[in-house]
Unconditional design. Structure first.
Length: 117
């Protein structure tokens, strides 16, 4: 049976990091529309990979990840306080292109649908 606590905690972390990102004032983060795609946590909750995507482009997501890495300490502290964690996990932010790929896929499917009818 898979560990359920890490799954629930990952969802809580995803929700809180999304809220924290909205509060950050770094222009690399503020100027881009970011989405937290996925949170992967270690079983002991000591380390987490945060996958972040931007609607504009993959380069925008990379710049935003740089800003998030600079704010890593602040984000960990806020996360620990908001979720009342004994020890906030180490966070590694990773740029992801899945949102943009999904939008392009839906556009192609929509174009295919129009061509068939």
């Amino acid at each position: 049976m898979p560990p359920r606590k890490s799954d629930h905690t990952a969802e809580d972390i995803k929700r809180e990091i999304t809220a924290i990102i909205r509060e950050l004032k770094d222009p690399r983060i503020k100027d881009s529309f970011l989405t937290v795609v996925r949170v992967d946590l270690a079983h002991d909750l000591s380390f987490g990979k945060i996958y972040v995507s931007a609607m504009e482009s993959f380069d925008t997501a990379k710049k935003a990840v740089e800003g998030l890495e600079n704010a890593n300490g602040f984000i960990r502290r806020e996360l620990g306080q908001r979720l009342r964690l004994r020890k906030a996990p180490e966070l590694k932010f990773i740029a992801d292109d899945s949102v943009r790929s999904g939008i392009e896929l839906f556009k192609r499917l929509d174009d295919d649908k129009k061509d068939k009818f």
